[in-house]
Write a protein that binds this ligand. Structure first.
Ligand code: HXC
Length: 259
């Protein structure tokens, strides 16, 4: 598939990498880019060999937000009726394999929201996160007001959404928005290592783990624990559970077959 706004590659035939590529606009997220991102995500999700997906940008910008030039003249009628801007953002939620955001530079507005839609964020030490929509007369529109408080708590989320200030990578790690911060020149290696580790596990188990963690945001604790138990028990029906535990007892590396 030929893309114009993203670059798609693979690592070791196991990891799918999607690089946002509108450098002149600091990877501002327009409709064309988001449609291509959705297509690439779906293709990797359907590819048996791929066990983990990475979304990344450039050194200067993961993404500086939704494309302001494209949005500026939209009317309420247009955006509401056609679900403009937001429509193409839903695909990522349906991806079953893990998606890691590798963030260097700016992750602002929709860029921060896109990173938060990923399963976790690994940031370079030059990363800057923020929800500056308030400065443009709007509010976050791709889940920022919902995912940010779940990630960092009400106080920090309100601070960021209401002031529009940016936080650096160190603060983002301190408040729990990102899982790790690494030097910029180590970002690629660190993210690839994490993705290859995940891709080395049983895909069934990985999908089950992702689904269970995500369930924690949708249910009560009792329901969530019940959901986890059902999936935990179900994994004993897989060959990969037998192989994983047998390999441990035989002191050798497991050979998962995704069965
Ligand atoms: C369109 C953008 C853009 C954006 C940057 N550019 N961000 N174009 N949409 N979100 C363009 C600039 O216009 C400029 O184009 C070029 O990229 C380089 O940007 P500069 O501003 O010159 O760079 P710099 O001075 O380094 O400042 C970087 C920056 C700043 C701090 C990231 O660009 C900035 O504040 N950008 C907007 C951030 C923002 O408000 N994001 C939220 C958008 S609303 P030219 O042609 O002049 O070279 C949103 C809603 C989400 O995301 C809703 C989701 C459904």
């Amino acid at each position: 598939m030929a893309y114009e706004n993203i670059i798609v590659s693979t690592e070791a035939e196991k990891v799918g990498i999607i690089t946002l590529n509108r450098p002149k606009q600091l990877n501002a997220l327009n409709e064309e880019l988001m449609v291509e991102l959705g297509q690439a995500l779906r293709a990797f999700d359907a590819d048996e060999k791929i066990g983990c997906i990475i979304i990344t940008g450039s050194e200067k910008a993961f993404a500086a937000g939704a494309d302001i030039a494209a949005m500026a003249e939209y009317t309420f009628n247009e955006v509401y009726k056609n679900e403009y801007i937001t429509r193409s953002w839903e695909t990522i939620r349906s991806i079953r394999k893990p998606v890691i955001a590798a963030v260097s530079g700016f992750a602002l507005g929709g860029g921060c929201e896109l990173a938060m839609m990923c399963d976790f964020i690994i940031a370079a030490d030059n990363a800057k996160f923020g929800q500056p929509e308030i400065k443009l007369g709007v509010i976050p529109g791709a889940g920022g007001t919902q995912r940010l408080p779940r990630a960092v708590g009400k106080a920090k989320a309100m601070d960021l959404v209401l002031t529009g200030r940016f936080i650096d990578a160190a603060e983002a790690e301190r408040v729990g928005l990102v899982s790790r911060v690494v030097p910029l020149d180590k970002l690629k290696d660190e993210v690839l290592a994490a993705a290859l580790t995940i891709a080395g596990y049983s895909q069934i188990t990985v999908i089950a783990a992702k689904e269970s963690v995500n369930q924690s945001f949708e249910t009560s604790l009792a329901e969530g624990v019940h959901f986890e138990r059902r999936i935990f028990h179900a994994l004993f029906a897989t060959e990969d559970q037998k192989e994983g535990m047998k390999a441990f007892l035989e002191k050798r590396a497991p050979e998962f077959k995704n069965r």
